[in-house]
Design a protein around this ligand. Structure first.
Ligand code: GDP
Ligand code: ZN
Length: 465
């Protein structure tokens, strides 16, 4: 892969005022640029140089620190310069303009990290974790992203690939000796090697799936008739008043969103507009958004006032829900019915709720009884949300993963399964399944990636990274 070796520059600090602002540059030979900026002072690699930053007429634009990292010992693998000046928009922009006048061009989003990848400073999974670390929405997510950045995830993949390559060499070697091929593979325990490889891959997949939950978080929608207590529940979960709670049915006009963190997992919750037919234009917009929210949701909380049961509108919504959507039935206002809060689970999919005599109105497997107003039973609901998406808690060795990684691991898993099913029936086919499995794993670290994939990944970065 190649890229234009032009010098790139960007303001790396967040836009706005700050004590310090940083401009970052990367390129082939940045010493002349450093000398022009500093008025002839030569920076030593990795030593802070305190200097004025000069404009073309030798006037100081700002003063601060110039850090010089000589290729290849830098983030990008090229010469890198960081200018630490005063963090004001005007002064930063003047400094950036000066760098552009000295021959740099504005960096694209993620271009520094992309260069680091192309110069083999990071593999693709590590490069992605740079963005994930910056975007992390919980402390756990940040910790996991850092682990991926340090190569925890990549090491797992490399280990899998190494073992796979060993197996492939065995299999491909036998292709040249068709007479004794099966005996040879048996003697080398190819079957056992493949079985162990599949076990290892399943472990990595399970960890990556946990990491993806942490990265993607979960989308939850609150569904239910007006006045069942959707806004109250959202407020109780969020811990402060963001939605309007009133006694008048239909007051929650718009969808209202809130993000909370449960055991480190970001949870996006959307309160719906009650999802009922209406002529009110404002309310109609809210209802359309609610239907959209349903399409994007992982979990639906179906809120019911057990004194009223379920109305036809809510029934219709339930019927139109995407089939993959997980559901939790929630009976609110336990304080009014005088029943104790609790979590109830069906013994089998179609059985009734075994405990007490609970009328369930949906086919959800779990039912939570709580009081949103009193905040009782909320913990049961929070725990159930984590259960239902399969979150097992943060543990050592976990790393942040993306859907892209999960998909690639699944493809590899399928290919290894095909290989196992095929057995020694057709050695060429066996070899091909193993090859495809490796190709898929290599995609994770970027050893086999198409340019357009790189474009997609790096364009989502912020400028200056
Ligand atoms: P929404 O229309 O579904 O969003 O319902 P709201 O959250 O606006 O609540 C409607 C009414 O029910 C308000 O008067 C709330 O105070 C009340 N309410 C909500 N949850 C509870 C609860 O757990 N117990 C009692 N007693 N009242 C509740
Ligand atoms: Zn409401």
């Amino acid at each position: 892969m190649t890229y234009s070796a032009s010098t790139i520059a960007a303001i790396a600090t967040a836009p706005g005022r700050g004590g310090v602002g940083v401009i970052r540059l990367s390129g082939k030979n940045l010493l002349p640029l450093a000398l022009a900026l500093s008025g002839g002072k030569t920076p030593k690699p990795r030593m802070a140089l305190y200097t004025d930053f000069l404009d073309e007429e030798g006037r100081a634009i700002d003063n601060g620190l110039l850090l010089y990292f000589a290729a290849p010992a830098s983030f990008t693998g090229e010469d890198v310069i960081e200018l630490q000046g005063h963090g004001g928009l005007v002064v930063m922009n003047m400094l950036l303009s000066r760098c552009l006048a000295l021959g740099a061009r504005l960096a694209e989003p993620g271009e520094f990290t992309k260069r680091a990848f192309l110069n083999n400073k990071l593999d693709l999974a590590q490069a992605e974790s740079v963005a994930d670390l910056i975007d992390a929405s919980s402390q756990s997510a940040a910790r996991m992203a850092l682990r991926s950045l340090k190569g925890n995830f990549s090491n797992h993949i490399h280990q899998l690939v190494d073992n796979l390559i060993n197996l492939r060499m065995l299999v491909e070697a036998t292709l040249d000796f068709p007479e004794e091929e099966i005996d040879f593979l048996e003697a080398a325990d190819a079957r056992g090697k493949l079985a162990r490889l599949r076990e290892e891959l399943d472990k990595v997949l399970a960890q990556a799936t946990q990491g993806a939950i942490l990265r993607e978080g979960m989308n939850v929608v609150l569904v239910g008739a007006p006045n069942v207590g959707k806004s109250s529940l959202l407020n109780a979960l969020a811990g402060d008043d963001i939605a309007i709670v009133t006694d008048i049915a239909g007051t929650t006009r718009d969808t209202v969103r809130e993000q909370i963190t449960l055991d480190g997992v970001p949870v996006h919750i959307v309160d719906t507009a009650g999802l009922r037919e209406t002529d009110d234009v404002v309310e109609k917009i809210g209802i359309e958004r609610s239907h959209k929210a349903l399409q994007n949701a992982d979990v639906a909380l179906i809120l019911i006032d057990p004194r009223e049961g379920i109305n036809e509108k809510t029934q219709a919504i339930l019927a139109s829900m995407p089939s993959g959507l997980k559901k939790i039935e929630v009976h609110n206002k336990a304080d009014l019915t005088g029943q104790s809060v609790g979590r109830f689970v069906r013994e089998t999919t179609n059985s009734t709720f075994h405990a007490e005599n609970i009328d369930a109105y949906t086919n959800a497997n779990t039912l939570i009884r709580l009081s949103a107003m009193r905040g009782e039973g909320l913990d049961l609901l929070k725990q159930e949300l984590l259960n239902i998406i399969g979150w097992q808690g943060e543990s050592e060795g976990l790393f942040l993963a993306r859907t892209r990684h999960i998909n690639a691991l699944n493809v590899a898993r399928d290919e290894l399964e095909n290989a196992a099913v095929n057995g020694y029936d057709n050695i060429e086919l066996l070899a091909e399944h193993l090859r495809l499995a490796q190709e898929s794993l290599n995609e994770i670290t970027g050893e086999f990636s198409a340019d357009d994939l790189l474009g997609v990944i790096f364009s989502r970065f912020c400028i200056g990274k």
